[in-house]
Design a protein around this ligand. Structure first.
Ligand code: SF4
Length: 465
């Protein structure tokens, strides 16, 4: 598909309402809920050994999870630890050091890193001293390449004086700011009071320092939101002209996520209002010159994500859409998920379990999965649909040595009904998501998910819209 068609998107509210349902976000395939307990440590070690033999100098992606938050946003569905005690982060860093030592010991020399991301929780829960210590720890065991993309999730409410300068000194050049909504009543209803002026100050400081990409996270579907509040939020956000905007749908699942029980169900917008907010937001962002990247993401045309989309080199990983070639990922910290070659490995989700494994000098792994050949083929198909909006069938057959129509006979049959609705077009040489289908790319990718087909339930996933 050429660049012009990739950037085209049509918001068809009727179609979107019809296909509204839940589905995986495919930041990985197989999705993390398919990981199993068992011999994950051996599988991970084996994957690291294979990597050492095959491509010891290939750059890595590195992720560090900081799980602490000092207040809880009521919409939160993340694995975080609520505490105001900054000393808990000192202890956490002690254990992170143990984990880094265990990983470093598995490499002959300091592995090179082309991407570093600090996420949470709230990475800026750390004091400047703690943050400096963490970054020194990483620099001591990994070689950060000069062109490395270093990014961090910033909570403007928890940013100490001097933190941005410290990050910039350590090579950070991108940030993602949690905003969600700027309306004071909405902010109060979700326990995240964050005045617009505060966010603006952070953006101004980051730009002055030289951060080259700023993302803003927004959510639609929160309590007390309406098309009016959404319009006002977008007006202000667009004045800041962030390089990227992520617009997530709020999924209200109070039975699964405790903090959401604090949200008054009666305050939630109806499905129709939610759809109207999404429509308005999409139209506003496109009119303001943003490019629709896919799923929940928009970027300015000059941003690297939009450029990667146009070049057909867009990637998808645990952080969402990305620009760099698919590289192995080492993820450190409680609940973090690594991928080396064909193997996914997830750390313990409970802090005490994570600490205890490290006390025993064991990698703190709890679950994982080594992809079969079929997993890899399906992963590639889902990737092509979500990142390129098409599957080039002859090229796919050549890469994976399969006869596409035969291998995916059930999937192609399922896609035919989506084709009748105009979401996708199919012929012998390609499957192409139409501009009308781009908002529903997850729906088009789902037939390729063997686990979903076998489980016959999508109930645990977030809403597509
Ligand atoms: S949404 Fe982010 S900042 Fe808020 S409680 Fe969850 S992890 Fe913490």
């Amino acid at each position: 598909m050429h660049a012009a068609s990739l950037s085209q998107v049509v918001f068809d509210a009727g179609l979107i309402a019809r296909y509204e349902g839940s589905g995986p976000r495919y930041t990985s395939y197989p999705t993390a809920d398919r990981f199993a307990e068992g011999s994950v440590a051996e599988q991970y070690d084996q994957a690291l050994r294979l990597r050492q033999e095959a491509s010891p100098d290939a750059p890595l992606s590195l992720y560090v999870h900081i799980p602490f938050c000092d207040t809880v946003c009521y919409y939160c569905a993340c694995n975080k630890i609520a505490t105001k005690d900054r000393l808990r982060a000192d202890q956490y860093l002690d254990y992170l050091q143990k984990e880094i030592n265990l990983i470093r010991g598995r490499f002959a020399r300091a592995p090179s890193v082309s991407q570093l991301h600090l996420g949470g929780g709230t990475p800026t829960f750390l004091t400047n001293l703690q943050l400096d210590r963490l970054l020194q720890m990483l620099h001591a065991s990994f070689t950060l390449l000069p062109q490395a993309e270093c990014s961090i999730e910033i909570d403007p409410r928890r940013l100490n004086a001097g933190t941005l300068a410290l990050l910039f000194k350590h090579g950070f050049n991108r940030m993602s700011l949690g905003v969600q909504d700027l309306d004071p009543a909405v902010q109060k209803a979700v326990n995240r009071v964050q005045p617009a002026a505060l966010t603006e100050t952070v953006i101004d400081e980051a730009r002055l320092l030289g951060f080259r990409s700023i993302n803003i996270d927004l959510i639609y579907g929160l309590p007390l939101q309406s098309t009016d509040t959404m319009r006002a939020t977008l007006e202000t956000v667009l004045q800041w002209r962030p390089d990227r905007i992520a617009l997530y749908s709020y999924a209200h699942l109070p039975e699964r996520f405790m903090p959401q029980r604090r949200i008054e169900t009666a305050d939630l917008p109806s499905g129709a209002t939610k759809l109207a907010m999404l429509k308005q937001a999409v139209e506003t962002l496109l009119a303001a010159g943003y490019v629709y990247i896919g799923m929940d993401h928009f970027a300015l045309p000059e941003d690297e994500l939009a450029q990667a989309l146009a070049r057909g080199t867009l990637q998808r990983n645990f952080q969402g859409y990305a620009t760099q070639a698919d590289c192995d990922l080492i993820a450190l910290g409680v609940s973090a998920i690594s991928r080396i070659g064909k193997t996914y490995a997830q750390n313990h989700r409970v802090l005490q379990d994570y600490y205890e494994a490290l006390e025993r000098s064991e990698l703190p792994l709890s679950k994982g999965l080594t992809m079969t050949n079929d997993d890899e083929i399906r992963r590639a198909a889902i990737h092509d649909l979500l990142c390129q909006s098409e599957i080039d069938i002859p090229a796919f057959e050549k890469s994976w040595d399969i006869e596409f129509a035969q291998y995916f006979d059930k999937e192609v049959a399922q896609l035919q009904s989506l084709a009748i609705d105009g979401l996708v077009s199919l012929n012998e040489s390609e499957i192409t998501i139409t501009p009308r289908g781009r908002f529903l790319a997850r729906i088009i990718a789902m037939p390729f998910d063997r686990y979903l087909r076998e489980a016959k339930t999508h109930a645990r996933y977030s809403k597509v819209i």
